[in-house]
Design a protein around this ligand. Structure first.
Ligand SMILES: *Cc1c(COP(=O)(O)O)cnc(C)c1O
Length: 392
């Protein structure tokens, strides 16, 4: 029977856990290793094989992954990191944790990703003013890769490191390569938080083609210590011996999480197909007179972590009213994101509302509709009917 009015709350995002996932986790709980063991290594090799990057390093979440990358690139006081205002706060907080400064580059009005044209203008200005960034973090919003060829060309010209925040984009493609292949970036960062494309509960990873970076990341991930004799200063004292060579943290993933990740990974491509099916239906049926639907550039396959629509400027409906109405109808809409520079913490650093007008305009109109692999046809029909009905 068709459920016309699902009474159950429909979340904007939701994990998709199978019986196989549960069985895999139960089996690892009965195994010899819960913290560091073979499953992490297996998960990492699956990630590097899938993305096409030479190396993958699993960590406890993407926030930690971003911080570790910044540490490994030597970001410090006096340095600048640039990113987009339309992201989760972790993409810029990583600079502050290293004592560095943050600045932002406004977004492209169609893709909502960091705009390479604005980046080029700002770099020209920064060169004159002697404040070029050491690191730029493009964020692949909603699962669509940024214009990495253009950003890489600017990195070649101005000499900054590129860390892709691909937290939304595992499974996506950029010009016939998987996101995370690092053809146009020094490192890519992924999140396996429960709301993301696939999950390890909490979890994250870094991919890179830079072997030297891998050694630094591995050390920093585990308190700055190494057990590798070839890296030690002086000789080993014996089989128990380790040395601390840098000031790191405990940012490790564990065997339970890695096991869930391996099991989820086997369904990643199916997850993306399912998300694409949901997108096709939204694109076809949502009210385009009142909503701007997502735009994806040619040669990009989005991983569709999010489905973000904008309420049109000339619609007689305002976003907040639509949001409140949909929530009242048990539809778990959300907003991604509040521009980071408007957060009180960042305003205290000197940023002002009005600094990044395209981001602020986007924020005023954006709304994320339910987008996850357990969204049923009936639920999606209900979402579409409810959204479109509000404009009538
Ligand atoms: C989720 C997310 C993060 C942080 O991921 P965690 O794994 O929760 O630490 C960072 N950046 C973006 C863009 C995200 O969406």
């Amino acid at each position: 029977m068709k459920n016309e009015n699902p009474t159950q709350y429909i979340p904007y995002a939701c994990q998709d856990i199978s019986d196989e996932d549960i069985a895999a986790v139960v089996s690892v709980l009965k195994s010899d290793f819960l913290t560091q063991g073979p499953k992490i290594v297996e998960f990492e090799s699956k990630l590097s094989a899938y993305t096409g990057a030479a190396h993958a390093i699993a960590v406890c979440n993407a926030t930690a992954a971003l911080h570790l990358c910044c540490m490994a690139f030597g970001l410090k006081q006096g340095d600048y990191l640039w990113t987009t205002p339309i992201t989760f706060v972790a993409s810029s907080n990583c600079a502050l944790h290293c004592g560095a400064s943050v600045d932002f580059v406004d977004i492209n009005p169609k893709t909502y990703n960091l705009d390479p044209i604005k980046l080029a203008e700002k770099l020209k200005w920064a060169k004159k003013n002697n404040c070029l960034p050491k690191v730029v973090i493009p964020v692949h919003l909603a699962g669509q890769s940024c214009d990495m060829k253009a950003i890489k060309a600017l990195s070649d010209e101005y000499g900054f490191y590129i860390i892709e925040d691909a937290s939304h984009a595992i499974g996506g493609d950029y010009h016939d390569k998987k996101v995370g292949a690092c053809e146009y970036a020094d490192a890519s960062v992924f999140s396996f938080h429960a709301v993301k494309v696939f999950t390890t509960g909490e979890g994250g990873a870094i991919t890179t083609n830079n072997a030297e970076l891998v050694n630094k990341l591995l050390q920093l991930r585990t308190c700055g210590i190494t057990r590798d004799q070839t890296q030690m200063e002086g000789g080993s004292h014996g089989a128990w011996y380790y040395q601390q060579l840098s000031l790191g943290l405990n940012y490790r993933l564990n065997e339970i999480q890695a096991t869930l990740g391996i099991s989820q990974f086997s369904r990643l491509d199916d997850f993306i197909l399912k998300r694409e099916g949901i997108v096709a239906k939204y694109n076809e049926q949502l009210d385009k007179n009142n909503l701007i639907l997502p735009y994806v550039k040619p040669n990009i396959r989005s991983a569709w972590h999010l489905y973000v629509v904008k309420v049109r400027e000339d619609s007689n409906v305002c976003r907040k009213d639509l949001f409140d109405y949909l929530r009242s109808k048990n539809i778990g809409v959300n907003v991604h994101y509040i521009p980071v520079h408007t957060q009180p913490y960042y305003q205290n650093l000197g940023f002002k509302s009005g600094d990044f007008p395209i981001s602020e305009d986007y924020y005023a109109h954006a709304i994320s509709l339910p987008m996850h692999t357990r969204l049923s046809m009936d639920e999606q029909d209900y979402v579409i009917k409810t959204v479109n009905g509000y404009f009538k």
